[in-house]
Design a protein around this ligand. Sequence first.
Ligand SMILES: [Zn+2]
Ligand SMILES: [Zn+2]
Ligand SMILES: [Zn+2]
Length: 123
Amino acid sequence: MCKHVLNAQVAIRSHCCKKWFDCAECHAEKEDHPLMKKAEMIFACKKCKKVFRKDGTDWDESDEYCPYCDNHFVIDALTPKAELRVEMEDPRIDNRALKDERVAGEGEKILFSLHDQQASKLG
Ligand SMILES: [Zn+2]
Ligand SMILES: [Zn+2]
Ligand SMILES: [Zn+2]
């Protein structure tokens, strides 16, 4: 569970530094290089702790569930930022959203970009 996506159901393994992250923002905070995105994604289910791979280019509804325990892991990210929207316009959020867009891969809208979409709505 990370502070950005409060309801994260899986951890995702980054291709660049081979570490586990709950979301793209955790990677951005801990590492000083851009997140490498590939079609193949490696997940670890937080419910059953099993690791599985998914191909982001060939994604259908059944791929939103953990193959081991059926945990539905592709969900709308519950982020603390949603609260910020009403209170203030935080310029840092916009900057981060722009940065994330630049590294986002084509057609890869699962999980890593769920959060980005949320952020770009703010701007
Ligand atoms: Zn990395
Ligand atoms: Zn995070
Ligand atoms: Zn599972």
